[in-house]
Design a protein around this ligand. Structure first.
Ligand code: ZN
Length: 227
């Protein structure tokens, strides 16, 4: 047995898994644009769905190529076993087309409808202004109800050095291939632009090494509710 396996094996004997925490409950995975959720937490949402959670992948806006990118997002969500919502639907829009209170209002409506037990979205250290705007709007929705609130790795098509320190690690060893398939379902962002996405398998492998599993995704914890 690999020495790295020992503590995780011990943990599995006593701990309820992350997907088990949300089985039979609603979870919102929130991203500014198509592909953000897949890049940041594709393996996690696939594991949550497989574990019996209702996972809604909520995309705020599609800034270009509306029909093509919506079709890609729909295909990716199907691969991950999740429902898809486009919050600013009907045509190309940008996050900055909305005032911040309007963006909060969109997320409020979603939280009121779905009553999620967890929301996973961008974090405050992201380099993309749209991502930070969505994170800040999601912070405001916490006033409506009690749900676990996590941030995921800053997402980008090409590598950019951005600080991010996970405080929770999700084992995605069984869903890493789904994550890669879901990313590949966005050819407009990757293959057709000559951008490769094996980087995300590498990141998951390195993140897994940090916690003794083959592949993992990291989350920062903004709030967790224990009962
Ligand atoms: Zn984005």
């Amino acid at each position: 047995m690999n020495v790295l396996d020992a503590p995780v094996t011990a943990l599995k004997q006593v701990a309820r898994s992350f997907p088990a925490r949300y089985a039979g409950r609603s979870v919102i995975a929130l991203g500014a644009h198509p592909d953000d959720i897949e890049l940041g937490i594709g393996g996690t949402v696939a594991a949550l769905s497989r574990g019996g959670a209702r996972v809604v992948m909520a995309i705020c806006s599609i800034p270009a190529d509306f029909e093509a990118r919506r079709a890609e997002a729909k295909a990716a969500a199907a691969i991950l076993g999740c429902e898809l919502r486009i919050l600013m639907d009907g045509g190309c829009r940008r996050i900055e087309d909305l005032k911040s209170y309007q963006l909060v209002g969109l997320l409020d409506d979603l939280v009121r409808e779905l009553a999620p037990c967890a929301v996973l979205t961008h974090g405050p250290s992201d380099f993309h202004r749209d991502h930070v705007a969505v994170y800040q709007a999601a912070v405001s929705t916490q006033r409506l109800s009690q749900f676990d609130f996590y941030s995921y790795l800053p997402t980008m098509c090409r590598p950019v050095p951005v600080p991010f320190q996970p405080r929770a690690y999700i084992d995605i060893s069984h869903t890493i291939d789904k994550k890669i398939q879901a990313i590949a379902a966005h050819p407009s962002q990757f293959s057709s632009r000559g951008v490769t996405f094996e980087l995300y398998r590498d990141i998951a492998r390195v993140t897994g090494r940090m916690c003794g599993v083959e592949y993992a995704e990291g989350l920062d914890i903004n709030r967790m509710v224990f009962i």
